[in-house]
Design a binder for this molecule. Structure first.
Ligand SMILES: Nc1ncnc2c1ncn2[C@@H]1O[C@H](COP(=O)(O)OP(=O)(O)O)[C@@H](O)[C@H]1O
Ligand SMILES: [Mg+2]
Length: 236
């Protein structure tokens, strides 16, 4: 697929001839410099934006042909998002925030509450259901955002630098959580990250450069690993 942004007469190509197949249940990281097009790719895969040209197939269905209302309900039922900044609603509790996609998806209130409670339990926050985001730590806020992303039991979870804003120890906890939910819920998980520790732990790693996928490596995370190349950022 291709994605271009147009500013007046100028056309900025951002995704260029991107071909990517994700297998159900697979966990994949995307790395690459800032501006490489990682977030744009996630937005297109997540149907928040449409490619300028090309198809996005979920199974046999080309979702680029969907009408906006079809896209909205497809997105709500099928895709979960976790962003760098959690985007929780400050005036609502953890439980209410996690319920939100289910309420939007017209799940009955009681059922939505139960599912959100279960997901918050799964991310280790049973004791924080009635706290507002401002009363939670950064790691807890991001775990609420993950619970919210999972409440509709999406087949695809997209995470855009989910630990970019967290300290090392909290990042490790969130990464462990992502591994566990990928394993338990069997959804496909695509994570954009600058965290090379995570990129080394995940069995498939894609590198983007200037709008292209330049590397798509499958490796065995349990095998002895070579040191990351010199100059590779291990922060964030
Ligand atoms: N809505 C937009 N309008 C115009 N240009 C955009 C828009 N979104 C992203 N871009 C440009 O596309 C390029 C890739 O951005 P992005 O996908 O956010 O990269 P990354 O997530 O890898 O840092 C950048 O040059 C950015 O300025
Ligand atoms: Mg980005």
């Amino acid at each position: 697929m291709y994605k271009e942004f147009t500013h007046g007469a100028r056309v900025l190509p951002v995704l260029r001839d991107v071909n990517l197949t994700l297998m159900p249940g697979e966990m994949v990281t995307i790395i690459g410099a800032s501006g490489a097009g990682k977030s744009t790719l996630l937005h297109c895969l997540g149907t928040l934006d449409l490619p300028t040209r090309g198809q996005i197939l979920f199974g046999d269905t080309d979702i680029t042909r969907f009408s906006p209302p079809q896209l909205a309900s497809f997105r709500n039922e099928t895709i979960g998002f976790v962003f760098q900044f959690h985007h929780l609603l400050g005036e609502f509790t953890a439980l209410e925030n996690a319920m939100m996609p289910a309420l939007i998806g017209r799940v009955a209130h009681k059922e939505a509450r139960e599912r959100a409670g279960d997901m918050l339990h799964a991310v280790g926050l049973s004791h924080r259901l009635n706290h507002r985001p401002g009363e939670l730590s950064g790691g807890e806020q991001q775990r609420v955002a993950i619970a919210r992303a999972l409440v509709m039991r999406p087949r695809l979870l997209l995470a855009d630098e989910p630990t970019g804003n967290l300290d090392t120890r909290t990042s490790d906890e969130v990464h462990d959580l992502l591994f566990r939910i990928n394993d338990e819920h069997k959804m496909t998980l695509l994570v954009v990250t600058h965290n090379m520790d995570l990129a080394w732990k995940v069995p498939r790693r894609i590198r983007m450069e200037d709008g292209k996928l330049v590397d798509d490596v499958r490796h065995d995370p349990s095998a002895a690993r070579e040191p990351p190349p010199a100059g590779t950022s291990r922060s964030s």
